[in-house]
Design a protein around this ligand. Structure first.
Ligand code: HEC
Ligand code: HEC
Length: 310
């Protein structure tokens, strides 16, 4: 027998032996293994035999082959190149890979098949739904208690445990608006989605252009800012408010749907808008919160709105 064939047979027997040892009886060539294991072992045996067959064929060919075909014109220091046709199989595999890659990119695994991230997201969503259902009907004190506990975790790092804004690092939530916040909005305008849609508050120039009666001087701005920050009480600034602001914010400052938000008091819906969209103002940037559950938003809205009433 040819030495190569003999070597191949020895390799096949060795590999089959290793396979059997590796898979062992658990691999289930016995009766208790499952069919997936059996199929895998069968596949391994077939692969080993085919590999040995192909390798043997080419090793023998290399031993006896002589070069044939037409030489290309170029040669490099005497080393030439035969003009052989591209094997059909290679061309088919290449084109097939291109087609498969396009399919894989557009319709395959990454976009619409199972993924661990998808499974995780579904589990989180299912848990959130269960949590929300469990606490769907809370009385007011439970709602506030939940709001407070979420606040301590999510909001206290910036607003402080007392919700006082920690010396100006974030908004003091015991009042609707600080004087400098009102001033900032008048000078710069604002677009924080406080109405749920992008409806901007005009800046100082915008206010003047919209209504020529509303010439706002620095003194008027100071007065109206004090008036709004003070909860719309007293007389100083009241006339400016009535003349310039009431058209949108209402005579009592409680706002109008789709026109301007409530600036007289901290309402749950206002807090909800700030939570969903974040807020940029005189103090800085409050980030939007996107990972709370519906019940947690509701609890925070109620808790924060209740702070300013104490
Ligand atoms: C043309 C209508 C309009 C007029 C006039 C107007 N506002 Fe506004 N204002 C808005 C809108 C709309 C918003 C919400 C902007 C946003 O979503 O950030 C707003 C927001 C605000 C805010 C921000 C509230 C917050 O929570 O940060 C303050 C303060 C305010 N206005 C004060 C005033 C004062 C004071 C005047 C008068 C000098 C005035 N506005 C005149 C439409 C108006
Ligand atoms: C990274 C710091 C940070 C965190 C965390 C944070 N905030 Fe804020 N928040 C701010 C800042 C800064 C402002 C003031 C924005 C401005 O007007 O300049 C603000 C403003 C607000 C306002 C608006 C007050 C007003 O009348 O203008 C509310 C309501 C609010 N935060 C609630 C919350 C709640 C509830 C949480 C927790 C879920 C929270 N914030 C978490 C920084 C933060």
């Amino acid at each position: 027998m040819n030495k190569t064939v003999l070597a191949a047979i020895i390799v096949v027997i060795a590999m089959l032996g290793f396979t059997y040892v590796a898979v062992g009886s658990a691999g289930g060539m016995g009766g208790d293994g499952d069919w997936v294991n059996k199929l895998a072992v069968l596949g391994a045996v077939v692969l080993v035999i085919i590999t040995a067959f192909v390798v043997t064929k080419y090793v023998r060919q290399m031993q006896s082959d002589t070069a044939s075909g037409k030489l290309a014109d170029e040669n490099w220091d005497g080393i030439g190149e035969y003009k052989n046709e591209l094997p059909l199989g290679w061309a088919v595999i290449f084109l097939g890979s291109v087609v498969w890659a396009i399919w894989y990119f557009l319709a395959g695994y990454p976009v619409n098949a199972y993924s661990q991230i998808g499974e995780y997201n579904e589990e989180v969503a299912a848990h959130d739904a269960k949590f929300d259902a469990q606490f769907a009907n809370m009385d007011e004190s439970t709602l506030n208690a939940m709001g407070e506990s979420v606040f301590i975790v999510q909001c206290a790092p910036c607003h402080g445990l007392q919700a006082d804004g920690m010396g100006g690092k974030a908004a003091d939530l015991h009042q609707r608006l600080a004087e400098k916040s009102v001033k900032y909005v008048i000078m710069n305008g604002g677009n924080n989605n406080l109405l749920g849609t992008s409806m901007p508050m005009p800046d100082r120039n915008g206010l003047m252009n919209a209504n020529t009666n509303a010439l706002i001087t620095d003194a008027e701005i100071d007065a109206v800012a004090k008036y709004v920050a003070g909860g719309l009480k007293g007389t100083e600034g009241a006339s400016v408010f009535a003349g310039t602001c009431a058209a949108c914010h209402g005579p009592d400052g409680k706002g109008m749907e789709m026109v301007a938000p409530n600036i007289a008091e901290m309402s749950p819906s206002m807090v909800d808008m700030v939570l969903h969209h974040g807020k940029k103002g005189a103090i800085g940037q409050m980030p939007a919160f996107t990972n709370l559950t519906a019940v947690q938003y509701k609890a925070l809205d109620a808790y924060v709105a209740s702070l300013s009433k104490k």
